[in-house]
Design a protein around this ligand. Structure first.
Ligand code: ADP
Ligand code: MG
Length: 541
């Protein structure tokens, strides 16, 4: 063979049939892949009952029946072809996608590599449509009695792709993968009832459940479920909810490790690594179970990076890692929270890494945002949010030793009755945070000092006491709430012009914080844009 040199041959366009089979082999690699696509279609069609039947692990037969909204005759004829979808009409829709499907390839691909029948109906008072397809060609279209919903049957998968068929493992192994697929969607959609029948035997029968917890109990053994710790963290960019095994109860082999990003089960190395990282040394070489639901604005998630949509890319993978690791470690109590030495180290390592902290090149945009170059790109800092974060951390860390600045011209403010009541209750604690005051007469108060480095004038002090009164009326004011309130009022405002030195100092202090990314209320304080992203947006890559 080595001696056979390649020879030049003329270029030809491949026959449609060949293209279809090659492409289909990429989308559907094995029975479990077809089951996954069919379940996704059922969920996209708002089904509440999904029944999956397979024989020989799906190699001989796959049938998925749902009670979704079904397809009309015209729809179904189109849907079994390539690139036919009802979920996307232009490329812009990709950014706002909420359905599983969008590539319009699944039915076409399954049709290309099997003998497929679709029975579907959209109207409970009229007959539905039955369509037979073989190797991608429609053989028959007929009327059928079928309730509203859809049944897709795929027989002898890959019968016309012998190489692929020979790659399939034993029916038992393929079945194991099918079971995993069904379980995965069953976890994410507890309100949908799922049934899985393999070779005539019912393997899973999951009635609709009120929430995930119930579903977990239906799916996994008691010990597995009881070793799970629940977590939930909301952030303006990303929210995370789910369960992780307590590290000391993790076993060698995990039962479930699933990540859902906007409801879509995906693989994501950053998230999986973050969970392991957060479990800490107690984990040893065990593997925790985890079920994590991440939700974000669809514009921040690129779902179009994998042919079978098993991977997604989040706008900032590094942030994702930090966020998950922090949330999991807090839930498990494996690391101290804000202000802890370990956290500071973590952030220096991962987000405001030493190289990122080498900030140069400052610009102030509209007297509100600071633009600064970092080694890996640039950052935009919201000056108010950043300063709020800095002050908040200083106030909470230095408790009772907060540095103050005396006022050259003391400020007098007049409080309302409610405000004065709040003032009396809190003035001592507020003084500890650097805002020292004294009653002048009646409800008039004199401000003697404000927290060092703050921008508090008469207006801000008035706002502070007004908001304090409002807060006390509605909730218990904790030390942290109080510090947040002081930080918010003492922080530099948007619209305030800053000198080079002030901008530099603000950025350096922000990156020295243990949580530089957000203001104490959870709004972003800094946005990082990488050189890679710039290169991509300018079409350089
Ligand atoms: P995609 O899901 O990416 O749109 P598919 O090839 O999986 O592509 O499906 C093509 C189209 O067929 C879908 O957009 C949908 O309109 C329709 N369809 C497929 N399966 C179902 C189903 N179970 N119920 C209702 N409509 C379906
Ligand atoms: Mg689909």
């Amino acid at each position: 063979m080595m001696d056979e040199r390649p020879i030049r041959r003329p270029v030809k366009v491949l026959a449609e049939e060949t293209v279809r089979r090659i492409a289909a082999g990429e989308v559907i690699t094995r029975p479990a892949g077809a089951v996954k696509e069919l379940i996704e279609n059922s969920l996209d069609a708002a089904a509440t009952d999904i029944r999956v039947e397979v024989t020989d692990g799906g190699c001989n037969l796959i049938r998925v029946t749902d009670n979704g909204f079904g397809m009309t005759r015209d729809d179904v004829r189109l849907a079994v072809g390539r690139h036919a979808t009802s979920k996307l009409s232009s490329i812009d829709d990709l950014a706002r996608l909420t359905s599983f499907g969008f590539r319009g390839e699944a039915l076409g691909s399954i049709a290309a590599v099997s003998r497929m029948t679709v029975e579907t109906n959209t109207d409970e008072f009229a007959p539905g449509t039955r369509l037979e397809v073989e190797a991608g060609e429609i053989r028959e279209v007929a009327e059928v009695v079928h309730p509203v919903g859809t049944t897709v049957t795929a027989r002898t998968l890959f019968y016309n792709l012998p190489a692929r068929r020979s790659f399939l493992k034993s029916g038992t192994y393929e079945l194991k993968l099918v079971v995993e697929v069904v379980k995965t969607y069953a976890v994410a959609y507890p309100r949908v009832s799922f049934v899985l029948i393999a070779d005539g035997k019912t393997l899973l029968q999951l009635p609709a459940a009120e929430d995930v917890r119930v579903r977990l109990r239906d799916l996994y053994d008691r010990q597995t479920v009881e070793s799970l710790v629940e977590l939930r963290v909301d952030n303006p960019m990303l929210s995370l909810a789910g369960w992780v095994t307590r590290p000391d109860q993790a076993r060698r082999y995990y039962e479930v490790q699933t990540i859902f990003f906007n409801g879509r089960p995906v693989r994501n190395r950053a998230v999986a690594r973050a969970v392991h990282d957060a479990c800490g040394p107690a984990l040893g070489d065990a593997n925790p179970n985890f079920i994590l639901f991440l939700d974000t604005d669809p514009t921040r998630l690129d779902v179009n990076i994998h042919p079978t949509k098993q991977e997604v890319r989040f706008a900032d993978e590094r942030f994702l890692f930090d966020f998950v690791s922090e949330a999991v470690s807090k839930a498990l109590g494996t690391r101290r929270s804000v202000g802890g030495g370990a956290d500071e180290f973590l952030y220096q390592r991962s987000f405001a890494s030493v190289e990122d902290a080498q900030v140069a090149d400052f610009w102030q945009l509209h007297n509100s945002y600071i633009l600064a170059q970092i080694t890996t790109g640039y950052v935009i800092v919201d000056q108010h949010a950043a300063h709020e974060r800095i002050l908040f951390e200083e106030l909470t860390r230095q408790r009772q030793h907060v540095s103050r600045q005396g006022l050259l011209f003391p400020i007098n403010i007049e409080l309302s009755a409610e405000q004065f009541a709040a003032y009396e209750a809190f003035s001592e604690r507020v003084a500890e945070l650097g805002l020292q005051t004294k009653v002048f007469s009646g409800r008039t108060v004199v401000v003697e000092s404000v927290p060092a480095g703050s921008f508090m004038g008469k207006k801000e002090v008035e706002e502070f006491f007004a908001e304090l009164a409002e807060t006390t009326a509605n909730q218990v004011v904790t030390e942290l709430e109080l510090a947040k309130l002081v930080a918010c009022k003492a922080a530099i405002r948007a619209g305030q012009r800053l000198s080079q030195t002030e901008m530099e100092s603000l950025c350096n202090r922000l990156f020295a914080c243990s949580e530089p990314r957000f203001c104490p209320h959870g709004r972003p304080a800094v946005i990082k844009v990488s050189l890679d992203e710039l290169a991509r947006r300018f079409g350089r890559t």
